[in-house]
Design a protein around this ligand. Sequence first.
Ligand SMILES: [Zn+2]
Length: 282
Amino acid sequence: MPIFNKPTFKGDTDRRRDMPEGLWHKCPSCGEVIHELELQQNLRVCPKCGHHFTLNASERLDSVCDSGSFREIDAALESVDALDFQSYREKVEKYQKITGLCDAVVTGHATIARHPAVLAVMDFRFLGASMGSVVGEKITRAIEAATASRSAVIIFSASGGARMHEGILSLMQMAKTSGALALHSQQGLPFISVLTHPTTGGVTASFATLGDVIVAEPGCMIGFAGPRVVKETTHQDLPPGFQTAEFMMKHGLVDMIVERKDMRERLGALLGYMLATPTKKR
Ligand SMILES: [Zn+2]
């Protein structure tokens, strides 16, 4: 099957030989070379053009939660290799070592601007944050925890889609997470979906686009299939900016585009509109 035999992309590594690895980053949008420290201080946003680099789950939580408020749940859930899929177990172990996570999403309780919420944050480093049974289960449990505590649920999506290594067990997570959100909604409780780069496949086609409010980071890619597949299937030239957050906003899929530096404040304001009184200041 061609999908498993795609050639490995080899970039031009010569230019980077004299650079200590990980210390300098080239902005893929404007080409500016940025020091790691400067990028960290700027929430991993290019200071020249505003390009939003991806955040891992821990950086994301630090950027939006009230300091010290995050309490993780279900941290130790791990996928099993139910289909005995070629090298899946080794891949999971490899990404567990790289990321320090058991799977591709981190969930837990936190406050944002003193409003309680349950958060789920996908981490693209872990197998492209593909949604397998553990990702789906943790997100479902996070939604159920929000319903039980009568608080909002906020999901930060970034995903390559369903995890092919788990076959149908991955696909059923789309229905499971959507069902949990329907029950949450029936209780009159809010769900804010935050789309980050890239949000694609089964994640776009389930919980990510079911938010009462759908927020996106600037320039992020949002779609089901990638642009090449869409172009080849439809035999149409794609319009400029196709599948960007700005394009989706223009066409009604996204409610607001929020820069990373403003995300905490905007989420706090949204929670304030949609929920009862915030918790008391400690
Ligand atoms: Zn830039």
